[in-house]
Write a protein that binds this ligand. Structure first.
Ligand code: PMP
Length: 401
């Protein structure tokens, strides 16, 4: 019955991992997924998380394996909401929050809910964006349109075309997916003034903003600063909006699947009704979300001393990444690699859109065992003081070839 199915190629990330695993060269390096690694290329369990695990796994809570409510662990999604939105200037009764299967689950629940409730003629995704946005929105059957984002010539935001496209082509009721901070894959975010203009356009055109917030704390190292765009949209008081929030990266809880979906509406009645529908969708998909990761995250968010330790851990990750950006740029400059490499330092978050062409990516892979997606995006978290010179030499050789 299944032999007539079309062939679906493996996601490029997983293909990259597979061929990397099969390479036994001693200098091989992978700069693929956005997963933090320490300077020894090892996974890093945040010290603050280790302490929180101690509280959660102490075996004293007889209810620790009980089901959570359908909407998840309430202390978790309230703490997650407060972290993201800060002190609210609107009533919490206008808000709905659910615990989800990390950021992916929040994107997916949001897409299903918005498809049902708004029935948009299209969803607008940035070009480029996280590949799974395309998958998630095509699974719910909403037409996908893209707005320009990356200007390859100046290696920055294609802001004028972004605005022009939305103004001339988007229609009332369309959903627009925006990266709250540390845009994946480009590492380029709008400035505050540019965010205000994007919010103006959402207002003027009646677009529904759906923020994807997978890297809170990774853009500036400051959580409030990174939440600025989301808070600005909310503070205008003129827009209803949704946010998909992930704790995979900023707490290093990747496999625990910790995240939340938040919806801000104009009334308590709207919020109550929306919550009913979101709970129905959640029930049909997963019944209730997993509890351990949410309890660990809540322990961090609700314990002032642990929260302070977590901020230091976040800082350690972001400053290591910034250090690696500088080292890679400096290595390229001292090698005399043609071109300007300052964008590696000015881009933010875990990624750099290097500007390497697919052919150059192939060269660094086959000749130098450095594994990068063919878009030229590198995960800076994969660089270490031990491998950065090798990566720079590989890039240099590819650019000269
Ligand atoms: N959104 C973006 C933009 C991402 O980069 C990621 C992770 N790669 C996610 C959402 C989802 O991550 P997770 O499901 O692990 O929270």
């Amino acid at each position: 019955a299944f032999s007539n199915l079309s062939f679906i190629p493996l996601d490029p990330h997983y293909t990259l991992k597979k061929i990397f695993a099969a390479d036994d060269h001693e200098k091989k390096v992978i700069l693929g997924s956005g997963i933090y690694r320490d300077d020894n290329s090892q996974p890093w369990v945040l010290p603050s998380i280790k302490k929180a695990e101690g509280y959660v796994d102490n075996g004293q809570n007889p209810g620790r394996y009980e089901y959570l409510p359908i909407t998840g662990y309430a202390p978790f999604h309230h703490a997650a909401r407060d972290l993201l939105f800060g002190p609210l200037n609107v009533s919490t009764e206008h808000f709905v929050s659910l615990q989800t299967l990390a950021g992916t689950g929040a994107n997916s629940l949001g897409a299903r809910f918005l498809k049902e409730s708004l029935n948009p003629s299209a969803v607008w995704l940035s070009d480029p964006t996280w590949v799974n946005h395309h998958n998630i929105w095509s699974l719910v059957g909403v037409e996908i349109k893209t707005y320009p984002y990356w200007n390859a010539v100046n290696r920055g935001l294609d802001f004028d075309n972004l605005i022009h496209t939305l103004k001339t082509r988007a229609t009332k009721g369309d959903v627009i997916v925006l990266h709250a901070c540390a845009h994946n894959p480009t590492g380029v975010d709008p400035s505050k003034e540019q965010w205000k203009t994007i919010a103006d356009v959402c207002e003027q055109k009646g677009l529904f903003p759906f923020f994807d917030c997978a890297y809170l704390g990774f853009a500036s190292g400051d959580l409030d600063e990174d939440a600025w765009a989301v808070r600005h949209f909310l503070s205008r008081g003129t827009l209803e909006l949704a946010v998909a929030q992930s704790f995979s990266k900023n707490m290093g809880l990747y496999g625990e699947r910790v995240g939340a979906f938040h919806l801000s509406t104009f009334s308590a009645e709207a919020a109550t009704k929306a919550q009913g529908h979101l709970a129905r969708l959640q029930r049909g998909q997963i019944s209730t979300p997993p509890s351990r990761g949410a309890r660990i995250a809540t322990t961090i968010l609700a314990t002032p001393s642990l929260y302070q330790e977590w901020l230091l851990d976040l800082q350690e990750m972001t400053s290591r990444i910034q250090g690696m950006r500088r080292l890679l740029r400096d290595n390229l400059v001292s090698l005399g690699t043609p071109g300007n490499w300052d964008h590696i330092c000015s881009q933010i978050g875990m990624f750099s859109y290097t500007g390497l062409s697919p052919e150059q990516v192939d060269i660094i892979r086959t000749d130098h065992h450095v594994y990068v997606l063919r878009t030229g995006r590198i995960s800076i978290a994969g660089l270490t003081t031990a491998n950065v010179a090798h990566v720079a030499k590989a890039m240099d050789a590819a650019v000269w070839k």
